[in-house]
Design a protein around this ligand. Structure first.
Ligand code: NAD
Length: 421
């Protein structure tokens, strides 16, 4: 097949799939059908800038698997977004939704843009025009959007408003992660970080690792990293000794005041100049000795070069694809000292609560935050136990166990539906 997805992140997702496919002995005729996206849409998004000029942005949407129900996935606005990266993220969404038992195939969207370089009005015009271009290809029972890096509740509100204006009535079920005032669900913003904290507690319990007074390091201080840091610090009493964002990495041996850091980031746009910690070289953050390490920013940060130097007891992968395939092999050799919660399980809280939000919007029947959190933890518990059981029974790494469950479920559905005509 000619590879329009050529990109290191897509290659990483494919290499990972190859390992699982070999392990599961996926039949040859299904192999490529499962790996390659079913549908990919590329659009040009013209936007009028504040100075009166017009700029053209490239937008993508990849719908990876159509066998499981509608597709579901976030939209990323970022300066490194490519169709290959979006395709990789869509593939991971398929395995993640299947592992969590959700009736969705994976999707992802993205725009190649640095959102920090746009004014608020430009961001709104870009968001609305991107959605407008996607209208022929999505729908509440076809493909449902959500937030990801570089997008937030406000962008989801613009998406929903644009789609609703086209439909002629409110269609809240077209997006998840929207503001509560527009039918968003309580606790969606916190869902991914809250899920990570739950799984860290669960794993610590298995390892008999005491979290209170333990240390944690978190890469990325946005939605996922920020909420995780808050939960580990204030719910579990952990000392957060290292944090980072796009502006750099910061360290404080006595523990960082996470509320102060969050206030600084909100006021200044990032952590630069935060007085409560010392700047350290970016590459030193992930190898700081700590109990819990949470990469919660970009993919491919744990590599062949630094995997042997990581000095945590528990690695909780908040980001999508933070660990390369070579690094995963090195981490597995260290399984005795390093417990991994792989990304497709660790950050699944976001899509699980998005699923609740979609149901809530379809039914116009609202849930409170306690119900949402309870159901989230129950869903994560099932996936966590299934992964641990399979890893033990088959003596395989957690990552392979989690992926095997996900890929197997998609394969079964694909086989049962057969090939048309
Ligand atoms: P966000 O945009 O809210 O925050 C991203 C953070 O990462 C920011 O602090 C940013 O400054 C930082 N960052 C960006 N590039 C960086 C770099 N090169 N080095 C260090 N830090 C960098 O995004 P988010 O929603 O928190 O998403 C973070 C990760 O979690 C992504 O990999 C995303 O795909 C994944 N994820 C998010 C959700 C969700 O519900 N938001 C769900 C599942 C997975």
């Amino acid at each position: 097949m000619q590879d329009i997805y050529s990109d290191p992140t897509f290659q990483m997702a494919c290499d990972q799939f190859e390992l699982v496919a070999e392990y599961l002995e996926v039949p040859h005729d299904l192999h490529d059908q499962l790996m390659y996206p079913k549908r990919s849409i590329v659009v040009s998004v013209p936007v009028r800038m504040d100075d009166g000029s017009t700029r053209l942005f490239q937008g993508y949407r990849v719908q990876h698997t159509l066998s499981m129900g509608p597709t579901k996935g976030g939209t990323r606005f970022g300066p490194t977004v490519t169709i290959g990266e979006v395709a990789a993220l869509a593939m991971w969404m398929s395995w993640k939704c299947a592992l969590a038992g959700l009736p969705y195939g994976g999707a992802k969207g993205g725009v190649y843009v640095d959102p920090r370089s746009l004014s608020g009005n430009e961001l709104e015009r870009l968001s609305r025009r991107y959605m407008q271009e996607m209208i022929p290809f999505i729908g509440p029972h076809i493909d449902i959007m959500g937030p990801d890096m570089g997008t937030n509740e406000q962008v989801m509100a613009w998406f929903m408003d644009t789609y609703s204006a086209y439909a002629g009535h409110s269609v809240p079920e077209i997006v998840t992660g929207k503001p509560v005032s527009l039918g968003g669900i309580h606790g969606r913003r916190e869902a991914t970080g809250r899920g990570i904290v739950y799984l860290v507690e669960r794993a610590a319990n298995l390892l008999k690792l005491k979290l209170s007074d333990g240390t944690a390091v978190i890469q990325g201080f946005g939605n996922v990293g920020g909420v995780t840091a808050h939960g580990l610090a204030y719910k579990n009493g952990m000392k957060i000794i290292g944090i980072s964002d796009i502006s750099g990495a910061y360290y404080n041996d006595n523990g960082i005041d996470i509320r102060a850091a969050a206030n600084h980031a909100v006021t200044n746009g990032d952590l630069k100049g935060f007085a409560g910690a010392e700047p350290i070289p970016l590459e030193n953050l992930l190898t700081l000795p700590c109990d819990v390490l949470v990469p919660a920013a970009v993919s491919g940060v744990i590599t062949r070069e630094n995997a042997g130097k990581i000095r945590c007891r528990l690695l909780a992968e908040g980001a999508n694809g933070p660990t390369t395939v070579e690094a995963a092999k090195i981490l597995f050799e260290r399984w005795n000292e390093l417990f991994v919660i792989p990304d497709i399980l660790c950050n699944a809280g976001g899509v699980i609560v998005s699923y609740f939000e979609w149901i809530q919007s379809l039914q116009s029947f609202f849930w409170n935050e306690t119900e949402v959190a309870d159901r989230l933890f129950r869903a994560l518990e099932q996936s966590f136990s299934a992964m641990i059981r399979r890893a033990k029974e088959e003596k395989i790494p957690h990552r392979l166990a989690a992926l095997a469950i996900g890929v197997e479920r998609v394969m079964k559905a694909r086989k049962a539906r057969g090939l048309f005509p």
